[in-house]
Design a binder for this molecule. Structure first.
Ligand code: UDX
Length: 456
């Protein structure tokens, strides 16, 4: 133990988690990465969706009240959720941090606070206690434009700044992201606009921004974003490849699907998962089941408990012929999969996804082409990267319908039309691996981040 402590820089980082799966994963991954760079780690999280402390014996954990008892965590309530957490957590966080500082060992000094961008109170507290705050973006770097280009006209709410938007659209890579549509879609939503304005101010106050992205995936965004915020940005992703051993699933991973995958032909399986928050209605479930069956491709489908609105589990909803197919081992349904392992498995040849940013990066890193069905938030931006910038996927728009699903799967995985998409996906995997190797962009950005923290 003493030897282990002596190895550390004598610097501790306090990490603040936003308590949802798609945010917990990257925060615990960055904790693992920075621990490997000799920082001691304290993880501070609200008492809601608490991570399993015993999976991370090297970190200290502190929990604080979440304020979420009266707020449902549905996509529609995302702004309300963020506001409730920020209101509840600020004071207890400040008390915790003050206690940590009071008890501080000179050989284990707090070097800074790294917070999920949605936990904006952490920057105010860091400012108050004169500690550097670093904002962590768990989405694409381009998602930061949504805050960057907002302004406050005459005290009457926040609106996107048209001049900034026009400038962004002059870059073909950014124009393809349809940022204008995404940013302006919040026009009638004053609480969302206000949140964006708060996020803009706190991000500007941060000493740096960490993004779970890779330089070559978002070259233009990574050049432009720092101009709006005025602080350095460190694209050190994909975090999950730098921290491969850390698991932070809130649901139990069903590893039986790996032995099922072992029995399938190379690149034959379509993996279907819509992340940790989206939901569907019964009709959509039935259309997906029929589309998967008629595609004739083996499928591995994650149906989270509670993800079909109005039903706890789907046993009775799906037809006998569908379950027969599952029994014949042409399909596998699980409640939660070890997704990174699934995507890395040679039998997987396509990923039908909601385009959450973690899922998108995990797919890129394994060279798996995507069938994209974004539902809300940054997913509508990520799909543009996949389909229009990197061109490694196809979008499935409109009402879900079995014929459309069957056609989409076959086009992505089998038809000659999809060949270039499949080849480009494999090319991205190679580039991503290179970025992690010595002197690759993420490798260098991580070393620069460590220097930044040590010199702050
Ligand atoms: C949400 C947003 O959609 C996302 O864009 C944002 O950056 C974070 O919050 P979520 O919808 O859950 O996250 O999607 P995603 O970002 O893809 O994260 C899901 C995570 O859960 C991934 O790391 C994925 O590997 C993991 N997962 C998912 C599993 O481990 N098993 C599963 O069965 C499904």
């Amino acid at each position: 133990m003493e030897k282990e402590e002596a190895k550390r820089h004598g610097r501790r980082l306090v990490l603040v988690v936003y308590p949802f799966q798609g945010h917990i994963n990257p925060m615990l991954q960055i904790a693992t990465i920075l621990y490997s760079k000799d920082f001691s780690i304290t993880v501070l999280h609200p008492e809601f969706n608490s991570p399993n402390h015993s999976n991370h014996p090297d970190f200290s954990f502190v929990s604080i009240p979440s304020g979420l008892s009266n707020v449902s965590a549905s996509p529609a309530d995302i702004v309300a959720t963020i506001s409730a957490i920020n209101r509840s957590c600020e004071a207890p966080f400040q008390r915790c941090l003050e206690q940590i500082l009071e008890a501080e060992d000179p050989h284990d000094r707090v070097a800074g606070v790294i917070y999920d961008g949605f936990m904006h109170f952490a920057q105010r507290v860091a400012n108050h206690l004169k500690l550097p705050g670093i904002s962590m973006c768990t989405s694409a770097a381009a998602s930061l434009f949504a805050y960057a280009v907002s302004r406050h006209p005459d005290g009457h709410g926040y609106i996107p700044c048209q001049d900034s938007l026009s400038q962004l659209d002059q870059e073909p890579e950014l124009e393809a992201l349809k940022l204008k549509d995404i940013i302006e879609s919040a026009a009638g939503n004053p609480t969302l606009l206000e949140l964006r304005a708060i996020l803009k101010e706190t991000t500007k106050n941060a000493s740096a921004i960490i993004v779970n992205t890779i330089h070559f995936l978002e070259q233009k965004a990574l050049t432009k974003v720092p101009k709006y915020f005025g602080n350095p940005i460190f694209p050190i992703g994909p975090f999950h490849k730098l921290a491969p051993s850390s698991s932070s699933s809130l649901l139990e991973e069903d590893t039986n699907c790996i032995s099922w995958l072992d029995k399938q032909a190379l690149e034959s399986v379509i993996y279907v998962s819509f992340g940790s928050m989206t939901s569907m209605d019964e009709n959509e479930l039935l259309e997906i089941a029929s589309g998967l069956a008629s595609s004739e491709q083996p499928f591995l489908w994650v149906v989270r408990p509670g993800s079909v609105r109005g039903s706890e589990w789907v046993e009775e909803l799906l037809s006998e012929s569908f379950w027969k197919r599952v029994e014949e081992r042409r399909g596998c349904i699980v409640k939660w999969a070890p997704q990174k392992e699934v995507l890395a498995h040679g039998a997987v040849g396509g990923f039908w996804s909601h385009c959450g940013w973690n899922s998108t990066l995990e797919s890129v890193c394994e060279g798996v082409p995507m069938l994209c069905r974004p539902i809300f938030g940054d997913q509508t931006l990520n799909v543009r990267y996949v389909c229009d910038v990197w061109k490694t996927g196809l979008e499935m728009e409109g009402v879900l319908e079995r014929g459309k699903i069957e056609k989409g799967i076959r086009r992505l995985m089998i038809d000659s039309e999809g060949l270039e998409i499949r080849q480009r996906a494999k090319g991205l995997k190679e580039k991503a691996n290179f970025c992690l190797s010595e002197d690759g962009s993420s490798y260098n950005a991580l070393n620069e981040l460590v220097q930044h923290i040590l010199s702050s």
